[in-house]
Design a protein around this ligand. Structure first.
Ligand SMILES: *Cc1c(COP(=O)(O)O)cnc(C)c1O
Length: 229
């Protein structure tokens, strides 16, 4: 296992190369480092290498690390796990982004609970683009009605969409699911302001996601190594 700085440099250069080869603009694809199950010390190493965006999947674990690392300036914390309604207060208090919004009730609670001394909570709607029962997210048909509700909440800022593709095939050049996501994203952009984030692509499907138009890849394993859990 190489060190975290090397891993980040390697991912950054892959993002740059895939962007070039798929005709994406320079710097159109941002990197979210997924730090779930990894200790705060490793996040700090990534921070020292210049990484600023981090993703956590579990509320208690994420909040603990956010508190531990609160002296590092400019960190942006993204919540990317399933949301239970009894956890929304902690999410609203601690995170900058929520990528996994899929229910109106949760949106309403986050809006009510977002502290007034913090900026609006940035949110992405999660789409179950593969249609697999095991995956979270709404259907494409449910997108516009949910977006309309979210747009009315003053403490939430709708920024776009998030998806997890069905089991990625390594080096697959294109994914029909991810191409469908890009079409939904453009539809949302045509109806709302501030829609600038299409979060898709993980360690194993980064290239097909960038080819399809992802603006944020969520990378865990390739930065922090395998997870035991
Ligand atoms: C764990 C996780 C990732 C990162 O996956 P890797 O394959 O380790 O890069 C990305 N997105 C979500 C929602 C995750 O839960």
């Amino acid at each position: 296992m190489r060190n975290i700085t090397d891993n980040i440099r390697q991912i950054e250069s892959k993002i740059e190369n895939f962007s070039k080869s798929h005709n994406r603009e320079n710097n159109a694809v941002k990197l979210l480092a997924v730090s779930k199950t990894k200790p705060a010390e490793l996040i700090e190493q990534a921070y020292l290498a210049g990484q600023r965006r981090f993703g956590e999947n579990y509320v208690a674990e994420g909040v603990e690390k956010i508190q531990q690392l609160k002296d590092l300036s400019d960190i942006e914390w993204h919540y990317i796990g399933p949301i239970q309604s009894n956890k929304t207060q902690q999410i609203a208090d601690n995170f900058d982004w929520v990528q996994t919004l899929e229910r109106e009730k949760i949106a309403r609670r986050l809006n009510e609970q977002r502290p007034l001394n913090l900026p609006e909570l940035n949110v992405l709607i999660q789409i179950n683009i593969s249609g697999e029962a095991s995956k979270s997210g709404i259907t494409p048909e449910e997108l516009m009605p949910l977006a309309e509700k979210i747009a009315q909440y003053p403490r939430l800022k709708l920024r776009g969409l998030m998806a997890i593709d069905s089991k990625a095939v390594d080096n697959q050049a294109t994914s029909p699911n991810l191409i469908k996501m890009a079409a939904l994203f453009h539809q949302l952009q045509s109806e709302y302001d501030n829609i600038d984030t299409l979060s898709m692509g993980m360690t194993d499907d980064m290239e097909s996601a960038i080819a399809a138009g992802s603006t944020m890849v969520r990378i865990g394993t390739a930065i922090f190594g395998q997870r035991d859990q």
